[in-house]
Design a protein. Structure first.
Length: 217
């Protein structure tokens, strides 16, 4: 059973998502919150697996709430606009992915299951476009920890950040999928990252991947 908390300041939205999620036999909506502060308190009490988190909420927004939930439930951001800097900041804060609020029911269900399983919603091209767009607008961060990666781990990180799945990375490098999983696990451990979404953000912001349209100075 996947336990879920829905956080949104609009009653109709959070009620609608809660009722929709409640139709699935493997989902349990543990509670709903009207702002980020309430979501953080609720997660401490109810220990859900996944939080559907709106970005713009009173008292505490979804970015700060996501940051405070680090190490707790996985966060799936809900937004009305795909290329939203607030969404990008939420990904940097630890969210595992995002969905538009007009998402279909099946896409929502699949996303919650993917997040709960410990994966990240990195495959959709829109996520890579979002990361690339805002990484392009900001100067590369100094990330000395990348020097701790082996050449092969650096190569795997680059491919993961480009959105390739483990089987696709394995085919590209002519190795087994299990080997790729081992590399990804070591990369996340060395960089202190939670999942592939944070790995992609780090790869772009460190300059390992240069976003399209960016001209180095």
């Amino acid at each position: 059973m996947i336990r879920i908390v829905v956080a949104d300041d609009h009653l109709v939205v959070r009620t609608g998502f809660a009722e929709l999620l409640g139709t699935q036999p493997d989902f349990e909506v543990a509670g709903t919150a009207q702002d980020g502060a309430e979501a953080v308190r609720m997660c401490a009490e109810l220990t859900p697996d996944v939080v559907l988190m709106d970005i713009r909420m009173p008292v505490m927004d979804g970015i700060e709430a996501t940051r405070r939930l680090e190490g707790g439930p996985r966060v799936l951001i809900l937004t009305t606009f795909d290329l939203d800097e607030y969404v990008y900041d939420a990904l940097r804060a630890g969210a595992s992915g995002f969905l538009l609020k007009d998402v279909t029911a099946e896409r929502l269900f699949d996303a919650v299951r993917v997040i709960a399983a410990g994966e990240a919603l990195l495959a959709p091209a829109v996520t890579r476009r979002l990361i690339g767009e805002f990484a392009r607008q900001r100067p590369p961060r100094e990330t000395p920890v990348l020097t701790g990666l082996t050449p092969r781990e650096t190569e795997v990180l680059r491919l993961v950040a480009e959105g390739l799945s483990n089987p696709e990375v394995a085919a590209r490098l002519t190795v087994t999928e299990e080997t790729v999983k081992t590399h990804v696990s070591r990369i996340l451990g060395k960089l202190g990252l939670r999942d592939r979404t944070q790995a992609a953000v780090t790869a772009y912001e460190s300059g390992l991947i240069v976003p399209r349209g960016h001209r180095p100075r």
